[in-house]
Write a protein that binds this ligand. Structure first.
Ligand code: KPL
Length: 316
């Protein structure tokens, strides 16, 4: 079986390291030639939760030069939301009619990209709260055990045995399959509610996730989440406010040492996923005339950080 992981950020490297223990051929597709060369030379190193270092070799290929590739049986798409349009053509080109395609994006918006693959029966949304920190182009640290949900999208009754077997081999990462379509949408909003608090707050404050467990953030977390639940309700998704807060705190606890992906992006002077996270909530809120002051503030501050980064980069 041939598996491709498109995108080698923290989650892409974490999954590539896990997958490379299976008796399959794994190819990691990177955005840069430098990272591709590093992976070819050094493989992937993953520091596991118990501190053990795992070292594995995988195949690699830069996204810009895939002429040597042939089709894959499973494709993990771990690029950011905003990079999806750049890789969809690649996904179409290197999949066969039975390729299982898993989308691993944060936030909302990838439903549209998935829509482009509507003729494919084996398309999945995967949501994860695993904490992972990319130390370099070949080195990832698994910083917190989370949960991973995978659901067929659009909904199908049957799972292909291939994916099922493959999920079984991915422990200790917990994978809970979601079978109903409205359930995956609910899970997407639940994950969105978590990311809409942790990612911007840790980015603005420049702190690891665990810092948000301090009492002074309690009120702010409640207010942001109340806005998220209100918007979710208007689009037909019922999120329980106190359960969502509990979930957010649990993720902060389990990934306490982790730097959120948004903070990692800002520190790496990269574009963040703010548009797909708080930006998506703002867009739905506007559509339904719901005031969302907290999300507006978070969105504005993260955008300001991105702009500051851009200015500093152009001066250098
Ligand atoms: O998804 C994450 C992210 O950083 O994007 C969490 C679960 C908050 C872990 O850091």
């Amino acid at each position: 079986m041939r598996i491709a992981v498109i995108g080698a950020g923290s989650i892409g490297l974490l999954w590539s390291s896990r997958l490379s223990r299976l008796p399959y051929e794994i190819t990691v597709l990177t955005h840069t030639i430098e990272q591709h060369q590093q992976i070819v030379q050094a493989g992937i190193s993953c520091v596991e939760l118990d501190g053990q270092m795992n070292h594995t070799s995988v195949k690699s290929c830069p996204i810009g030069d895939t002429s040597e590739l042939s089709s894959f049986d499973i494709i993990f798409i771990t690029v950011k939301q905003y990079q999806l349009p750049n890789v969809m053509e690649l996904v179409q080109r290197y999949s066969h009619p039975f390729t299982q395609i898993l989308f691993w994006q944060n936030g909302l918006g990838h439903e549209e990209a998935i829509g482009e693959l509507h003729h494919r029966p084996d398309t999945y949304v995967a949501l994860t709260t695993e904490g992972a920190y990319r130390k370099s182009g070949t080195h990832v640290v698994h910083t917190g055990q989370g949960e991973t949900w995978i659901g067929t999208f659009p909904h199908q009754e049957q799972w292909k045995p291939l994916l099922h077997d493959f999920i079984q081999t991915l422990q200790p990462i917990i994978v809970s399959p979601i079978r109903e379509e409205n359930m995956i949408l609910k899970r997407m909003w639940e994950k969105l509610a978590v990311n809409a608090v942790i990612n911007p707050l840790t980015t603005i404050l420049e702190v690891p996730n665990g810092e948000l467990l301090h009492g002074e953030f309690e009120n702010m977390i409640e207010k942001i989440t109340a806005e998220t639940c209100q918007v979710a309700r208007r689009v037909g998704v019922e999120l329980d406010h106190s359960r969502t807060i509990k979930k957010i705190k649990e993720v902060c606890r389990l990934t306490s040492q982790n730097l959120s992906s948004m903070l990692q992006d800002v520190q790496g002077r990269k574009q963040t996923e703010i548009e797909a996270i708080n930006g998506a909530i703002l867009r739905y809120a506007k559509e339904h005339n719901i005031p969302v002051y907290y999300h507006e503030m978070l969105y504005t501050l993260v955008k300001a950080k991105e702009a500051q980064n851009k200015r500093n980069t152009s001066v250098l």
